[in-house]
Design a protein around this ligand. Sequence first.
Ligand SMILES: [Zn+2]
Length: 550
Amino acid sequence: MDSPSIVIRNALVVDGTGRQAYPADVAVTGDRISAVGTVAVDGNVEIDAEGMVLAPGFIDVHTHYDPQLCWDKLATPTPEHGVTSIIMGNCSVGLAPVAPGAHEEVIGWFTSVEDMDADLLHENVSFGWESVSEYLAQLRPGLGPNVGVFVGHAVIRAYVMGPASQRRTATDEEIQKMVDVLREALEAGAFGLSFTYNHLDHRGHELPCHYADRREIKALLQEVARADRMVEVSPDFRTNGNAIHAYDLFGELSLETGARVTLSPLLIIRGNGWQERLERLEMWRAKGAKVFAQTQVRPLDMTIDLSKGSLLFGKTPLWRSIMDQSVEGKTALLSDPGNRDIINAETDEIAASVRNLIVRTTFSDRNAQYVGQSLKQIAASEGRRLGETLVDIVLADEMRTEFTLTGLVHADVNAVATLLKNPAVHIGSADAGAHITAFSGAGDTCYLFEKFVRSEKLLSLEHAVQRLTSDIARDWGLTDRGEIAVGRFADLVLFDPETIAREPEEWVNDLPGGGGRYVRKARGVSKVIVNGQILLAEGEYTPARSGQLL
Ligand SMILES: [Zn+2]
């Protein structure tokens, strides 16, 4: 036997299958696990893992790192949290295929659906490609983690139909072209196809998916099924009825085509009908449909700062056009007395979330009194409308006021745990790489152990690892990953089960051009190994870039 490249000694192996943890050495040769048990030979690198858990690398199926990978092929900070494989291109937005004149449109969808900054993307996404195969060829070299790329249905539809993609159903000929483009993308190595019914674009129009009829969707799903890949759908959750419609449509189409479909996100919000969606999901699964849902681990807490982007304010026309402006433009529109009535009326439409914004940081003497209060409390005590209350606060702070939204979405730990344990539901939905001025979507993996395993004792260590690894690998078709066994890819994470946790959210100005985002560091994660190479050691990235396309 050649000497292994790495031997990890005396680890507590949690192998991903749910089997009880056991002490063993694990050897890595090349990109694979070459021995599990007692390893007699020395490795080129020896790691003493006494007291540590060795698990398969975690899989994060729901990220939006597509733009970030144009300047950061590590997808920071996600690997720091033990993640060795990410899937991106979710929710119908991706960077290919894109016609030479359509870059603006694609960037617009990333800004509207994922809260990204248009200037950042204009300056740092080269669009040195047109087809998915050209895009993947540029993406592939130098990846930190493994990366799977969904092709966005919106992007394919716009590529084939142009502006008509946001106006009408497709002709037979157009459907055939979309199928051909999709086939080519899947043959080039795309991971699957994604849809969204949940977002308006930067001009306030429904995204192209909204205009696709059943036969178009069915034709595309047939193609995905033929290639044995995955479909991701973000159902319209503006009303529960619309969401249920998506569960039924994709449940039925999965049954007819054999395509595997994941619906994301399934979040626990009082009155949003999540139990009904889960029942529908289970009904379609009982009939034989290969449908799954995705849920996330953490409560959906976020910071809202109107000087930046915000997913709360994209739903009504005036707020959307205000949020599109620079800080000066926002200030001008919010100060214009002619806009007051409309702002008040539009704010009432989105009051369910806005009234719960809590003032966290203020910058003017006038606003200091409000710190810690919700907008609802402030408006009530002053006898004023919600909209004008909000506007006067942010104008006094020159738009810099920071609000938090916390404890409302996905905050019921026991209910969340029932979803985390449900085999029809995968852990995902975390949105890392998106909404970066509102929250860090990275960190949920560590939080699962910190909160649900250690503090609440709602999942065992073995079960938590299984949920982040083999369950996903099996259901999503990630061959040879998600398990510690001889012959599998050596995607591994070594962590301290007593201390693994996510650190608090922190604002860092590390984007190209000096812009900022929220990130989290990990605690208790010692080593992260991707395809047999150490990517992270004690929180520091090594020069290894061994990630592959999934
Ligand atoms: Zn998403």
